[in-house]
Design a binder for this molecule. Structure first.
Ligand SMILES: C[S@@+](CC[C@H](N)C(=O)[O-])C[C@H]1O[C@@H](n2cnc3c(N)ncnc32)[C@H](O)[C@@H]1O
Length: 236
C-alpha cells in the first residue's frame, strides 16, 4: 500500500532517502552530535534536542551532559529513538506535546537543527515561546540550518556533494540526488514550500520572541550558505 504524505511530519515519519546510504546517515548524525556536545556548557547541563530526527549518535551528547531529551513530532522516529537508547539511562524521548508539561527552566541548552524550515510562522512562534519557557535564565538556544531566501537546491546539491566526497560516499550521493529529485520530498517541497528567512528577519523573529541572538560564524550543518544562531533569553 502506498502512503500518502500530506505534511512534513508525515514525510519524516515514513521511510525516505534524504540520507543517501547508511554511511551518510552515520556521518551526518555523528557530526550533529559532536556539534551539540560542543555547545553543552558542563556536565550538569540538561539538553533538549528538538526535532532531533534519528539522532543516531545522541549517546555522544549524553556522555558530556546530565540528561538529554530527544523530541520529535514523528511517532515512528520516537519509537526508533526509544529502542535505540533504551540502555542509556540519561537519554529520554518525548513528544512535543509531552514537553508542554515539563517545568519552566528544565534545560540549560536547547538545539533545533534543520527544523524551522518545516514550520509555518505560527508554529515557529509557538515553539519559540515554549523553548523560552523551558530554558533556564542563562540557558542557550541554538537554532541552526536556517535557509536564507537566496539559497536553493543548487547550493544544497553542491554542499551535499562536497560533504559526500569528504566522507567517502560520493557515488551514493550522486545516485541519491537523482532519487530525491523524483521523490515525495521534491513533490512536498513544491506543494508545501519550505520556510526561508534572511538573517535580519530571523533575528527580528527571535527578538520579538524574547531572545537576544548572535549569528554563529559557521552553520552547524555542512551547507555553509545556511545560517545558525545562538540565542539567550532577554529579561521578561
Ligand atoms: C531535517 S530533519 C532534522 C533532524 C535532526 N535535527 C538533524 O539535525 O539531523 C527535521 C526533523 O524535524 C522534525 N519536525 C518537523 N516538524 C516538527 C515539529 N513541529 N515538532 C517537532 N519536530 C518536528 C521532523 O520529524 C524531522 O525529524
Amino acid at each position: 500500500m502506498t502512503t500518502t504524505i500530506r505534511d512534513w511530519v508525515g514525510f519524516w515519519d515514513n521511510p525516505h532517502s534524504i540520507y543517501v546510504n547508511a554511511r551518510h546517515a552515520d556521518v551526518h548524525y555523528r557530526d550533529i552530535a559532536d556539534a551539540i556536545a560542543g555547545y553543552v556548557p558542563g556536565p550538569q547541563a540538561r539538553v533538549l534536542d528538538f526535532g532531533c530526527g534519528e539522532a543516531l549518535h545522541a549517546d555522544t551528547v549524553a556522555k558530556v551532559a546530565r540528561r538529554v531529551v530527544l523530541s520529535d513530532a514523528a511517532p515512528n522516529v520516537r519509537k526508533n529513538l526509544a529502542a535505540r537508547f533504551s540502555a542509556v539511562p540519561n537519554i529520554a524521548v518525548a513528544s512535543p506535546e509531552e514537553l508542554t508539561a515539563y517545568p519552566a527552566g528544565s534545560f540549560e541548552l536547547i538545539v533545533a537543527n534543520s527544523v524551522v524550515q518545516y514550520l509555518g510562522r505560527a508554529d515557529l512562534d509557538g515553539l519559540l515561546a515554549q523553548w523560552r519557557r523551558l530554558l533556564t535564565a542563562d540557558g542557550v538556544l541554538i537554532v541552526a540550518d536556517v535557509i536564507p531566501p537566496d539559497v536553493g537546491a543548487v547550493s544544497d546539491l553542491f554542499a551535499l556533494l562536497r560533504y559526500a566526497y569528504a566522507n567517502g560516499f560520493l557515488l551514493a550521493a550522486l545516485v541519491g540526488v537523482a532519487r530525491t529529485a523524483l521523490s515525495s520530498y521534491s513533490k512536498l517541497r513544491q506543494k508545501l514550500g519550505i520556510a526561508k528567512y534572511t538573517e535580519a528577519e530571523f533575528r527580528d523573529i527571535l527578538s520579538r520572541a524574547g531572545f537576544s541572538a548572535e549569528r554563529l560564524a559557521e552553520n552547524m550543518e555542512h551547507n555553509p550558505a545556511r545560517i545558525s544562531f545562538r540565542a539567550r533569553r532577554t529579561a521578561a
